[in-house]
Unconditional design. Structure first.
Lengths: 159, 159
DNA sequence: GCCAGATAGGTGTAGGGTACACATACCCAA
DNA sequence: TTGGGTATGTGTACCCTACACCTATCTGGC
């Protein structure tokens, strides 16, 4: 297998696993959590969020989904918005955090902190397996050989 | 609000947010990833996994979902199973990793390592907000006051 | 014997978040 | 006036998750 399918699409040889989704192994509802954080840092509008949010791991955000999430969050009372008519370009809807949104940001941060700890545990155990001499694993971390690069959970796993 | 609803159920006062789901902010497909890790450590059967997997953050796993995931993973060729008739108790289906399953474990570990880094970044930025004197946040991390403990993303956020 | 309970594995299904395609409108420069 | 960047949205299918429910085996107590 392997051959040469570096094209972000799944290799034809792979039977079923279509886990090359953009969000790979990011937390559930991470979009919501990220939006709360960014809006909590400073009031922003959607298009700005669309560009900033890549820095939190959401590289290929669906713009529509982001705007939809914002409207839903406003409906839930987590954020509030106001139109801002700039001299250049279309009007922009600027969001700010509500009190309840702030509470939820705290809650989310707590949950993500716990997730962070569990991931540390997961990765430690994984490293133990890989380093283990009596590796149960069929083939341990081949430096740069057979591992099919087209079936990644996320599009790319840099660094 | 707040009052006294420490009962793992959502407080009645909360308008919409039903984010008190068991899996809170754990990664997407974390069940699959965890099963791969555990089976990679040593061959096990489903019921055993059901008990072990809590150690990875999945405290309230749905047993049916776990068994279903195992069957699907076997259908995908990630694991292989064999019946084991013990002297005491019902027969158990023991799973082991296939070569392809091992490759996917590596892939998942890479994705989760990246997620781990992004969560570090998220939490750093959150701490910056909380510590910030000119906090944009309506109310910063009340030590143990108003924060409603019944609307947690995960059931409990210990330690 | 019989029944409760632990062990062990499984199905049905509704809900919700995500991904992808597509639509709309404003403003500016060529 | 046409294209492209800015800015905001809708429609919808898919798939994971959560919850309820079911079957079967074996052991121990009454």
């Amino acid at each position: 297998m392997a051959s040469k399918a570096t094209s972000s699409r799944a290799a034809p040889g792979v039977p079923k696993p279509k886990r090359e989704e953009p969000q790979g192994g990011l937390p559930r509802n991470y979009l919501r959590a990220s939006l709360l954080l960014l809006i909590g840092e400073a009031p922003v509008h959607g298009y700005d969020l669309l560009e900033q949010i890549a820095g939190l791991g959401l590289h290929t955000v669906d713009a529509g989904g982001l705007y939809r999430a914002l409207r839903v969050m406003e409906g839930d009372g987590l954020v509030a918005s106001a139109w801002e008519h700039s001299a250049s370009g279309p009007a922009r809807r600027t969001y700010r955090l509500t009190v309840e949104g702030g509470e939820w940001l705290h809650v989310w941060a707590g949950a993500l902190r716990e997730t962070h700890r569990y991931l540390s545990s997961y990765l430690d155990r994984y490293d133990d397996i890989v380093r283990s001499p009596d590796a149960v694993l069929p083939n341990a971390e081949l430096p740069d050989a057979e591992l099919p690069d087209a079936m990644l959970p996320r599009a790319e796993v840099p660094k």
